[in-house]
Design a protein. Structure first.
Length: 518
């Protein structure tokens, strides 16, 4: 699938967003002209996303179900004359928050990135690096590829640190802009997405691939079923017409989740715990084959263990072809085995783990904790594996419900079943994965009390955002209870604008595209 060259905003945004977006685009292009004294050549765009279900399992290579939101990242770009040294000038519509930067692009696009600095242009640089690598592979004539210079004006409406993946929107837009500026008129979506997944890790978080997939592949009006095996793919999933109409409401906790600071004890630690659980289980069951190397952040995953286990124990040679009911049975079996064999509720120390894996602590560190450092005394392998296998089950069930809803006319049952799965995710994130926080729990409880069918955190958690399945006629009631019991209670002087930012009713928008400026 190629990145479309969109001709009008109608191809991209839900109908109710068009008038606001049109004004925003006009402003961006006018500002570009004023700033650089010339017209932009094109605008690249990628949206943020909300994850409907499938939390913290993308890096274990299980399927997830996000959708793109209307909020997005735009980059108006003009190519600089090729006679000059390739230089990037990058400005932001929010000049005061994001100061303008200028830097030269070294040969091979290897712009240095200081992941410890909180620097907004790091995300551009990581996209640039990834795109340059891909372009180098494509131009195999032996010459080193050096990107052309670019003048850029960026504008983002995805709140940063708000759980809607502003980072992926930024990285995907950047990579796409660099590809387009360097003459790639037909960018392959899968290539773009794969490079964005890998290059975002340069910013310091050892992330999975859900956000970039949602940002790149999504189609207007549909959620996206993302699979990582046998290879990265996204299938659009439309929502059934129901009465009451099904809506997803997104609410910010306004607890800033700064993943760059917390990564060693939160996000990156979870990636390590899941990988260790995979290695541990494969030793416990004396699997003959080492875990397969795969596209997960540390190169082996719970899904890798899963496939190898059933291959060796039950002769399942290609598990990606296993029919859904049997795949669910496999997952249920893995839940049981985790309960029976990963028994230490209090977690596992380094020495416990080394004892089972038969490696030294130095080796353990080198293999699992050196590239992205983590801090922990106890690794909660049981809880993390239980969350992952059960969450993978919930995603499959959610998809089944959407594609073959129970008998017609019984929408209430469908909505309740979908909602129950989302609620179970929240409980699991809170109790097993330890990635919620009191504020997110509170938003979920309040929403349910006012009529939400299902409420949960979305994205990495530890703050950020929540998502709620609410029947259309209850949306106002849910908003009201949040306003009164959460936002105004916590911030009595909260402005009307801030409240508007806090709660968004989102329709699924579309993924990455390039617009030619005429
Ligand atoms: P956030 O922090 O919400 O963008 C992160 C990861 C995802 C996924 C979710 C949890 C990045 C870029 N993204 O999302 O890959 O693991 O957490 O499901 O770190
Ligand atoms: Mg992010």
């Amino acid at each position: 699938m190629e990145v479309p060259t969109a001709t009008s905003l109608n191809d991209i945004y839900p109908d109710d967003a068009i008038s606001v977006e049109t004004k925003r685009w006009e402003k961006l292009l006018a500002q570009f002209k004023e700033l650089y004294g010339k017209q932009a050549d094109f605008v690249a765009r990628s949206p943020g996303r909300v994850n409907i279900i499938g939390e913290h399992i993308d890096y274990s290579l299980y399927e997830v179900l996000p959708m793109a939101v209307t909020a997005d990242f735009l980059m108006a770009v003009a190519i600089r004359p090729t006679s000059e040294k390739p230089t990037v000038r990058i400005a932001n519509m929010l000049l005061e928050k994001f100061p303008t930067r200028e830097f030269e692009i070294p040969a091979e696009g290897e712009v240095p990135i200081d992941a410890s600095a909180h620097e907004w242009t790091n995300y551009f640089k990581s996209g640039l690096r990834g795109a340059s690598k891909l372009l180098q592979q494509k131009h195999k004539e032996g010459r080193h590829f050096v990107s052309v210079g670019m003048d850029i004006l960026a504008d983002g409406t995805v709140p940063s640190g708000g759980g809607l993946s502003s980072s992926a929107a930024f990285v995907c837009t950047s990579a796409l802009a660099v590809m387009k500026a360097n003459g790639e008129d037909k960018v392959d979506k899968k290539e773009l997405c794969e490079l964005a997944i890998v290059s975002e890790r340069a910013v310091g978080v050892n992330s999975g691939g859900m956000d970039q997939s949602a940002s790149v592949f999504s189609l207007r009006g549909s959620a996206l079923y993302v699979s990582f095996k046998p290879t990265l793919s996204g299938i659009p999933i439309s929502f059934p017409q129901t009465s009451p109409e099904l809506t997803f409401v997104i609410a910010q906790s306004f607890v800033a989740a700064d993943k760059h600071v917390t990564a060693p004890v939160c996000y990156n630690l979870r990636v390590v715990e899941c990988t260790l659980a995979a290695a541990f289980l494969s030793k416990v069951f004396s699997l003959k084959r080492p875990l397969p190397t795969d596209s997960s952040p540390l190169g082996t995953s719970l899904r890798g263990f899963h496939d190898t286990f059933f291959e060796e124990k039950e002769n399942v040679t290609d598990n990606t072809k296993t029919p859904v009911p049997e795949f669910l049975t496999q997952l249920e079996k893995l839940v049981q085995l985790t309960e029976d064999y990963l028994i230490q509720e209090e977690g596992y120390t380094r020495s416990d783990i080394c004892g089972v894996l038969g490696i030294s602590e130095d080796e353990l560190h080198e293999r699992f904790m050196s590239k992205f450092p983590v801090r922990a005394e106890h690794f909660m392998l049981r809880q993390r594996a239980l969350h992952v296998f059960n969450e993978a089950i919930r995603v499959i069930k959610f998809r089944q419900l959407l594609s073959s809803p129970p008998e017609e006319g019984n929408n209430d049952k469908l909505l309740h079943s979908l909602g129950d799965l989302m609620n179970e995710t929240q409980t699991s994130c809170r109790d097993l994965y330890d990635c919620s926080c009191p504020e997110l729990d509170e938003l979920c409880d309040l929403a349910r009390s006012a009529g939400s069918y299902g409420s949960r955190l979305t994205g990495a958690g530890w703050g950020g955002c929540s998502v709620h399945l609410v029947p259309k006629e209850k949306v106002e009631a849910v908003k009201k209870v949040w306003e009164e019991q959460y936002y105004k209670k916590k911030w009595p002087d909260i402005s009307v604008e801030r409240l508007q930012e806090a709660i968004v009713v989102s329709k699924p928008g579309s993924g990455s595209a390039v617009f030619k400026v005429l």
